[in-house]
Ligand binder design. Sequence first.
Ligand code: ADP
Length: 410
Amino acid sequence: MNDMTTGRTRSRQLRRSINDVARVIGVINAGSSSLKFAFYEGGRPIISGHVDGLGSRPAAKASGQEGEALEPPNLGTMPPATPSEVLPMLLPWAKETLGGRRLAALGHRVVQGGMRHTKHERVTPQLLAELETLIPLAPLHQPHNLAAIRTALALNPALPQVACFDTAFHRSVPEVAQVFALPQKWHDEGVRRYGFHGLSCEYVASVLPEQAPEIADGRVVVAHLGNGASLCALKARNSIASTMGFTVLDGLPMGTRCGDLDPGVILHLLQHKGMSVDAVEDLLYRQSGMLGLSGTSSDFRDLLSCKDQRAQFAIEVFCYQTIRHIGSLAAALGGLDGIVFTAGVGENSAPIRAAICRGCLWIGLELDEAANRRHGPRISIVSSRVAAYVIKSDENAIIARHTQALCDVG
Ligand code: ADP
């Protein structure tokens, strides 16, 4: 072997040993008062956790591959008040906890990608500047999402980052379903139905062929029922309609958000009830939905375990609206082959799923009560014309998948 061949062999070996250092994808979901995080290796989460109570009493939790509790990041004596302030503590903690593994890229959930972003994208200065201009479309979420990206960039400028948009999956929605009946100029300016929970719907769509093959290529409603809630109509796994609209307020009533509301109500509150714009915003985002209806809690588990009539009525309203909207999306789809329940309530609450499925009997959904109590995966009887499934959503997995692909991390 001559010297050149030996040199080439050595550099190949060196390259291989660099590549052999396990490479990890981080996922950051910066909300208004919490930051959720996860670290993936080979497509599987090896660390996950969250810091919540930001702005009041922040607390961190972390767990490992098998769900075992890990010592969480130390929030220090000056606790973070916003999600982005968590990153200077989280990233060094992750480096230490990951041991010999190397963080290769970070993927971020970004609520609003606007009209132009039909796909998730690698972060560039131009992209960040453009996403800043969308803050007025999602003032409660977008600033936190973008601050997390900026902070991570400042801490580690060489680390590739990816923005994954909650709106991107719905850009396949036809214009007729995106438009509000306002003068065209407003549509052109971006006042349109964007649809949200796109990462959750995209995950469900991606696993349908494996988990619900008989409906995967058909007409499916994904019922993302959690603290935030929306329905998405899938035709052959593409979104053709969503109950969420211009903001995350639209559609189903949620934990604290109102869902569908006659816009005349807002005019009435502003013009005749002396409410300020801020007070109306607080009412619609934080005081309505299950909390407003029950007067006690926004949490579905609390409401289900409470005998109080108003708590039961709040759940009745939630199921009624969900059934109505399923009917609307079935019409948009020209029929229905299946419903998939996902997110906190959809995955875990057999009584709420049962109430919704009973309301869908007219369309051909026949519930298998025992399978529903076991949480599925299939919860409709074999002969049911419309199938129903429970599928656990995984927004982090979708973000990790796109981040890995866009940053070419093998
Ligand atoms: P987020 O929008 O915050 O991600 P989740 O998808 O985690 O929300 O859903 C949270 C909601 O799910 C809460 O209202 C919680 O009470 C509800 N939930 C979780 N487990 C159950 C259960 N076993 N039965 C009923 N509701 C549940």
